[in-house]
Design a binder for this molecule. Structure first.
Ligand code: SER
Length: 584
């Protein structure tokens, strides 16, 4: 099955006039409010909002996704951090009838699922949107028995927006019965009915004031979780026994000289976390383990995998992480070329992080054991912070170790100490930074402001036709894509750099104002995705150098940015150039 589902899906939708689009990066391009793409539709938001897609109105893909909400649940039979989502989209093209019949045809004709094993739910309606009897009618016409169709409320049959604002709408979910004897009616509470596919009819935009306004076009957004569907179709109640995971689990058995049975939890965590780490470190964006944002997630995943490897008595000095990573790379490289291209980077990331953590893990565990032997009920903030600061234990790891012994952790106290520590260790900046571990880091915020300055400087040097086309920030560098159709000269690059540094030196105040979108446009504020914003927008002003529609956050004054340096200027796509720059 493993080899086939992605191919079958894409081939089917291509045969129905859809263009195949490659998976976007795991890291959202233009949305600093989320760390990772959590659904196939996320990279497509501008197109769902009405922007024209170069490949047309019908698209299909498999998209790399990461969801962090269930990270603590990983270790059971169903949860995964990284997963792939298969999807097909209509951007203002076909709607409910065709979407539902494509899904039905794929499931019954391509995957050969008997009709009686399928059950569906449709939207019952609420005060804004009526009952979706149109979709119900479509399912009935296709031959789904009325007892296999249920109507549910917005908790079940409304999807999105993926973030606070954006496209959303009623959906219809398709379930598969995995037990022996199929019951005559569909019961959503019976665990043998497993959701396998979601068809969302995206026709609304949730705006920043909480209202739902009709989108310019009626879209279809569908999502099928690859891992889940493979497990269900292969009859695996434990997802990690499906063909998606089998090679990875076998490798862990081989390395640990233990069998999966009896060691499931640790093996699942190692398998899931190493696979996720391979995809994060192998993404072209270039994430490295760090203490903030995506880098912190990468660090957490690797360190938690290492602790579970220790539980299995795996030799931490061996190359076990690289060996498991190699299996992941081999299994996925035909679908995600970047994994093969970045193979050495991935292995180096795993190796270095392991060298760092393996040194202190043992000592940290000893400290932890010593403390818990004194019959405490709660791990105090000082110990949690000590484990973090001295031994590199992410707070979540301490929490997991504590919960294995039915103990609590003073997490709030830990964060307090963490912030105090950050305040103390910060030099030469008067700005307050209220950041937790997973928040926007101080350096990312600086890069964010530098992005606006670079945008403004480029306009001065190259002209007003320059517009932002994309941006991406890590803790190490910023990347900025803009409309321009030739290589910049050395002189232009130098001038741009000098201008940004001049803005920094001028210590310009950064001020945010809320205003009507119209007003913002009248005063000439820059806006990348106009359609993405509601009627009321926030505009960031940097002195009188820059004004841009933006959700923030930003520094309060440019003086704290340090020295700006362009390290690369290259072609990105047709008519778009890319600059990589750092703050020193
Ligand atoms: N956006 C929907 C989901 O994530 C369908 O793709 O389930």
């Amino acid at each position: 099955m493993k080899e086939n589902l992605k191919k079958l899906y894409i081939d089917f939708f291509v045969s129905k006039g859809h263009a195949f689009i490659p998976s976007a990066s795991l890291i959202p391009e233009n949305d600093p409010s989320v760390l990772f793409n959590t659904a196939g539709m996320q990279p497509l938001v501008p197109y769902l909002m009405g922007k024209e897609h170069p490949l047309g109105k019908r698209l299909t893909d498999y998209q790399k996704c990461i969801r962090l909400t269930d990270l603590d649940s990983v270790g059971d039979t169903t949860h995964h951090t990284f997963f792939e989502m298969l999807g097909n989209w209509s951007l203002g093209d076909y709607f409910k009838k065709e979407a539902v019949s494509y899904s039905f045809e794929f499931l019954t004709k391509v995957l050969n699922i008997p009709v009686e094993r399928l059950g569906v739910s449709v939207f019952r309606g609420n005060e804004f949107v009526p009952f979706d009897d149109e979709t119900k009618e479509c399912w009935l016409n296709l031959g789904i028995d009325s007892k296999k169709i249920v109507a549910l409320g917005e908790d079940d049959n409304w999807w999105g927006p993926a973030n606070v604002v954006g496209p959303c709408g009623p959906d219809t979910e398709i379930f598969y019965y995995r037990g022996e004897d199929v019951p005559s009616s569909f019961d959503v509470n019976d665990k043998n009915w497993v959701e396998i596919w979601n068809n969302v009819f995206m026709q609304y935009e949730k705006t920043s004031n909480g209202s739902f306004v009709p989108l310019k076009q009626k879209n279809v957004d569908t999502g099928m979780g690859y891992e889940r569907v493979v497990a269900v179709l292969e009859g695996c109640y434990d997802s990690y026994k499906s063909s998606v995971w089998i090679d990875i689990i076998k490798k862990i058995e081989e390395i640990s000289h233990l069998s999966y049975e009896g060691n499931e939890r640790s093996m699942r965590i190692i398998a899931d976390h190493v696979r996720s780490a391979v995809f994060i470190a192998g993404d072209d964006v270039g994430i490295k383990p760090s203490n903030t944002d995506q880098g912190y997630i990468l660090r957490r995943l690797i360190r938690r995998a290492i602790r579970h490897a220790k539980n299995l008595n795996i030799d931490l000095n061996s190359d076990f992480l690289e060996d498991i990573a190699q299996i992941v790379i081999d299994n996925y490289k035909d679908y995600y070329e970047e994994l093969a291209r970045n193979k050495e980077v991935i292995k180096e990331v795993l190796r270095q992080e392991k060298i760092k953590f393996a040194r202190t893990l043992e000592k940290g565990i000893k400290e932890f054991e010593k403390a818990v032997s004194s019959s405490i009920k709660v791990i105090p903030k000082d110990l949690a912070f000590h484990l973090y600061d001295t031994f590199g234990f992410p707070i979540e790891l301490t929490c997991e170790m504590a919960s294995e012994r039915s103990l609590d952790v003073d997490v709030e106290g830990f964060h307090e100490k963490f912030r105090e520590h950050q305040e103390k260790s910060r030099v030469g900046s008067s700005k307050k930074f209220a950041g937790g571990l997973g928040d926007h880091s101080e350096i990312s915020i600086k890069y964010h402001t530098a992005t606006h300055l670079l945008n403004a400087a480029l306009k001065k040097v190259l002209g007003d036709s320059v517009h932002q086309k994309g941006s991406n920030i890590t803790t190490e560098r910023m990347r900025f894509d803009f409309s321009w159709d030739r290589k910049m000269t050395d002189l232009e690059i130098k001038k741009t750099e000098e201008l940004v540094n001049q803005y920094i030196k001028e210590a310009l105040p950064v001020v945010v104002k809320t205003m009507k979108k119209e007003e913002a446009l009248n005063i000439g504020a820059e806006a990348m995705f106009l359609d993405k914003y509601g009627d009321v927008v926030t505009v960031y002003f940097i002195g009188d150098v820059s004004k841009e529609l933006c959700g923030g956050p930003h520094v309060q004054n440019t003086s704290c940015l340090g020295h700006f340096k362009i390290i690369k200027e290259e072609a990105c796509s047709s008519g778009v150039r890319r600059i990589k720059a750092i703050l020193e």
